[in-house]
Design a protein around this ligand. Structure first.
Ligand code: FEO
Length: 402
């Protein structure tokens, strides 16, 4: 098969040879409504190198793009910065096709690749500070554990002052544009924040260490080339995305409450609306996310810049709604920090939902700001006024924390 895909030149010695996945809509539970890219990069050094590969079904597309620059079997070095299969899925096939002299991964990467592919290829381990010789230039390894997996590492190309940052500074967005400066800033912010909150939030502490490790290289960075989404090449945009990572890693609370609920016969919905207006009356902002339309990964994104999480559910068969259990299980795994919490809901006779919601929030380390607000069957005007006041009180408590 002779596919027509072409490489895109990134810098003097680097080409993008990845793949665009326009159709993916679910990335391990994350709603990828704009699709994604799997970025692989070709370094045209004396010893040509391939940095990362692509998800298995896109192998032929990557090979086609490589072939538009050099014959693939000229590649002497392959570096696997991250063993998750969106980047390593075609690695073994690529090694067998190119027969490179050497293949490198981090110490944990060598183990993870063995445990994924149960292969017998020779993959050499590198650690922070090690240099990979490409003849007339070199790559420096920087281990960045848990950004996004224990095996994760970044590599720095000295000649082009270019950082291959694997999952760091990426986003799930399919586009024909390969550079961030070709895309609107509002879109970059929304997708980078969504990516951070859904992929990296749990590893916030290690993000700071990774940023220190990169800065510890003491080298200029003219390009940041992630494994998903566009390449950063404008100095002000590189500072902007790093600055946002520093901000997101702090998870400083802001004057916004995220209200997540599901409803059976609209009472919990009416309570949510009244609570949101009470939050607004207090001087805070509220974002209301009915689970009939909101995806768990959108809730995670809203929480990245918030100060309170308020959750509501009717009781059904002594439980909370399954949609709440889905969203809270996902959020619990991401371990958001510095949030105030509140729970509310309607019930008919037993009313356990608020108890279960409280247990979830408490387990997440969220400080409950008010007694649970419960309504039996249908809220009347005075009950909705009480919900309004309840929301205002949580808003005022939030303001005091800022
Ligand atoms: Fe893009 Fe952690 O893989």
């Amino acid at each position: 098969m002779n596919l027509p895909f072409k490489a895109v030149k990134i810098s003097e010695n680097v080409y993008w040879v990845g793949a665009v996945d326009w159709g993916i809509r679910d990335f391990h539970g994350y709603a990828t409504r704009r699709g994604t890219t799997y970025n692989a990069y070709l370094v045209t050094a004396e010893k040509p190198a391939l940095i990362d590969t692509v998800k298995a079904p896109f192998f032929a597309e990557m090979m086609s793009r490589i072939r538009s620059v050099i014959e693939p079997d000229k590649i002497e070095i392959i570096v696997s910065n991250h063993s998750e299969m969106d980047h390593s899925g075609s690695l073994i096939q690529t090694i067998d096709a190119l027969k490179p002299e050497k293949v490198f991964a981090s110490v944990m990467g060598v183990k993870a690749l063995a445990e994924h592919f149960h292969h017998s290829r020779d993959i050499q381990a590198v650690k922070t500070g090690d240099k990979i010789d490409l003849g007339n230039m070199s790559l420096s390894a920087v281990e960045t554990r848990m950004v996004h997996w224990p095996d994760s590492m970044m590599t720095y190309l000295d000649r082009d002052k270019l950082l291959f940052s694997q999952d760091g500074f990426g986003m799930h967005m399919a586009s024909t544009e390969r550079f961030a400066d070709q895309l609107p800033e509002s879109l970059l912010y929304a997708e980078a924040a969504k990516y951070y909150s859904n992929i990296l939030l749990l590893y916030t502490q290690t993000i700071a260490q990774a940023l220190d490790s990169v800065q510890g290289l003491g080298v200029p960075i003219n390009y940041v080339c992630p494994d998903h989404g566009p390449v950063w090449r404008k100095p002000e945009q590189i500072s902007w995305i790093i600055g946002n990572y520093v901000k997101w890693a702090e998870q400083k609370p802001v004057d916004k409450a995220v209200i997540v609920y599901d409803t059976m016969w609209h009472t919990t919905q009416h309570m949510a609306d009244a609570i949101a207006d009470g939050v607004r009356e207090s001087g805070c902002r509220a974002k209301v996310l009915p689970l009939s339309g909101a995806h768990r990964s959108d809730i995670a994104t809203e929480i990245l810049e918030a100060g309170a999480l308020i959750v509501g559910s009717p009781t059904i068969n002594n439980q909370m709604f399954p949609s709440l259990a889905d969203a809270l299980t996902y959020l619990k795994g991401l371990k958001p920090r510095n949030l105030l919490g509140g729970v509310f809901g309607s019930f008919g006779w037993s009313g356990e939902a608020c108890k279960h919601l409280t247990a979830y929030l408490t387990d997440m380390g969220i400080e409950i700001a008010a007694e649970p607000l419960r309504v039996k069957y249908v809220a009347d005007d005075s009950m909705l006024a009480q919900a309004h006041q309840w929301g205002a009180e949580i808003g005022m408590k939030l303001l005091k924390r800022l």
